[in-house]
Design a protein around this ligand. Structure first.
Ligand SMILES: [Zn+2]
Length: 358
């Protein structure tokens, strides 16, 4: 079963969709009324009083984005109303941006988020109002964690284990803001299919994929009934690693390294979480780590110090290009021979007998 990472190079589609999404201007729209600048939303409320709601609706429809955003900010910020009511109104009457919804949901409690994510009608409405990538990100902002046959650990548990059990290696990643919390959705049904097909298309491997980190926004998606309690740790390991190593060594070898550190945590749990994922990749990676030293491989994986790893390998009279050529082709036994001690340099037999000194 796959617990995939993003591919080493992002597909063209991801780049295009990224380019389409321009950052939203952040300044709220302001309208000059008398001497005091007031927010557009306050102006609209005043207009609502004097001219009636119909006029205001017409203004809103024709209003530039900034006015809409300002109205949504006021609505979402109205702490007198329940979280779910504010979310429903924003979705029903406006076109909130993902940034607005994310900011709002980050400040909400998990029980409040669940009142939203468990309401199928409301979620269906959100799906119609948001572009597909934003809807998928909304699932993460809501920390959707569907309950299924696998006891998936929470994102918070995964962070705690990765930070504590690998404390010698993950300090830099933590400093860089890498984490699992708020970056995962455990899904099923149409939401899982939507996330999967957006990443891989209809490639025939959906049924054997437990989880993946997508290319579009580094989101972790996990199927609620697939994998094991180590799955979120494996996916989390990808989140703690910058792209330097995967871009150098390719996905297959990278999965082996990822699984090596995943098992280091899973084996240490009581009871241990037994993993058999990526068996060949792992077996090779384990031998590689034994040869190169865990700290050197960890620095390449978690801190992007790939040059140091390559240098150490090359300094041991081995050919990095040959090794990576084999791992990229999935030729694990050929790759393993590249870890053998280099053949001793055969002394050149002199063709003529040494001259006898006079
Ligand atoms: Zn993976």
């Amino acid at each position: 079963m796959h617990e995939r990472a993003k591919a080493a190079k992002p597909p063209a589609r991801a780049i295009q969709s990224h380019a389409r999404r321009q950052p939203e201007p952040v300044a709220p729209a302001q309208v000059e009324l008398g001497r005091q600048p007031v927010t557009a939303a306050a102006t609209l409320t005043a207009l609502q009083r004097t001219h009636g709601n119909q006029h205001v609706q017409r203004i809103l429809v024709a209003a530039p984005g900034a006015v809409q955003r300002d109205a949504v900010d006021d609505l979402l910020g109205d702490s007198k109303k329940p979280v779910k009511d504010r979310f429903s109104t924003a979705i029903a009457d406006h076109t909130p941006t993902l940034a607005q919804l994310r900011g709002f949901l980050d400040g909400a409690s998990q029980p409040d988020r669940e009142t939203i994510s468990s309401d199928a009608t409301l979620m269906a409405k959100a799906k119609t109002k948001l572009a597909a990538p934003d809807y998928l990100s909304l699932l993460l902002a809501l920390r959707v964690k569907k309950t299924g046959s696998v006891a998936h650990k929470s994102a918070e548990e995964a962070d705690k284990l990765i930070v504590e059990k690998l404390s010698a290696y993950t300090a830099g990643a933590v400093k860089a803001g890498r984490k699992v919390s708020g970056q995962v959705a455990v899904l099923d049904g149409a939401d899982w299919t939507m996330a999967y097909e957006r990443e891989f298309g209809d490639d025939g491997e959906e049924a054997t994929t437990n989880a993946f980190v997508d290319n579009e926004a580094d989101r972790i998606f996990i199927h609620k009934d697939r994998g094991n309690p180590g799955t979120i740790i494996h996916e989390g390991m990808h989140k703690y690693a910058p792209n330097d190593l995967i871009n150098e060594i390719g996905s297959a070898f990278n999965e082996g390294i990822t699984e090596y550190f995943t098992r280091k945590i899973c084996d240490s749990l009581d009871p241990p979480v037994v993993r058999s994922n990526y068996a060949s990749n792992y077996a090779f990676a384990k031998k590689f780590v034994d040869l190169m030293g865990e700290a050197t491989v960890a620095a390449a994986n978690f801190d992007g110090k790939v040059a140091d790893l390559k240098k150490k390998y090359t300094d041991s009279v081995r050919n990095w290009g040959t090794l990576i050529g084999h791992t990229k082709a999935g030729e694990w036994s050929k790759a393993t021979t590249q870890l053998d001690p280099p053949a001793p340099v055969t002394p050149v037999t002199p063709t003529t007998p040494p001259t006898t000194p006079p």
